[in-house]
Design a protein around this ligand. Structure first.
Ligand SMILES: [Zn+2]
Length: 226
């Protein structure tokens, strides 16, 4: 299995909160200030293993690991198809999550937004069957880790369990004119919009064409050849 080693207290904590798959956490005996980190990891069902400090030195060579390292599953390209499954699994509740990636030429008519990662988040809305609110902890952790990779949170997705793939009045009220991408899943339909100052859809959105392309084609498009 391909794994990525993330070392150090803060990076490991951010990784746990990002919701990304973590295979294992290794920590050294007597490591300071990792109690909270281990508690959150265990609560998330991640195996935490105490190891000799030398083993950590080997796992994260040349890195200041502060007595803790995580073995993260390698990042995979996002599959938009996964959103249908997520919406179905959430049942009567609106599922939601983040779209992470890069933008070329801004979010105007000529812009290209490349979603590289889809990160599911907990819907913490008061009435999650009628609205969605992304867990702010996921939002913050994702923002930090995306920025480190030169990526950004492009927008979010959510589902309409018994509606259509169109932004609701409530969505329009909550959307800022900030160019964020909104993907909405309803049954077998999926549609994308960008939040703008004045739009044809609910007064706040412009429809956005969705295209699923291979990682190679994606690279070409982002480099300006596609
Ligand atoms: Zn909605």
């Amino acid at each position: 299995m391909n794994e990525e080693v993330v070392a150090g207290r803060r990076p490991v904590l951010e990784l746990i909160r990002s919701g990304r798959a973590v295979n294992k956490i290794l920590y050294a005996e007597g490591a300071q200030g990792i109690g909270q980190l281990l508690a959150e990891a265990r609560a998330a069902g991640i195996v935490c293993q105490q190891v000799d400090k030398r083993k950590l030195d080997q796992s994260a060579p040349g890195v200041r690991h502060q007595g803790v390292a995580a073995l993260a599953a390698e990042r995979e390209y996002a599959e938009l198809e996964d959103l249908f499954a997520a919406a179905e699994a959430a049942g009567k509740i609106e599922c939601c999550g983040l779209l992470i990636g890069n933008v070329r030429n801004g979010m105007g008519q000529d812009g290209v937004a490349q979603v590289r990662e889809i990160l599911p988040a907990l819907n913490v809305a008061e009435a999650p069957e009628r609205a969605f609110e992304i867990d702010p902890r996921t939002l913050l952790a994702a923002h930090r880790s995306a920025r480190k990779r030169g990526e950004a949170i492009l927008g979010w997705y959510h589902s309409h369990p018994s509606g259509v793939a169109l932004p609701s009045t409530c969505d329009a009220e909550r959307a800022a004119e900030n160019g964020k991408v909104w993907v909405i899943v309803a049954g077998a339909d999926m549609a994308a919009y960008v939040a703008v100052q004045q739009g044809d859809v609910a007064g706040r959105f412009r429809p956005l064409p969705l295209r699923v392309i291979s990682p190679e084609k994606c690279k070409e498009a982002m480099n300006g050849n596609g």
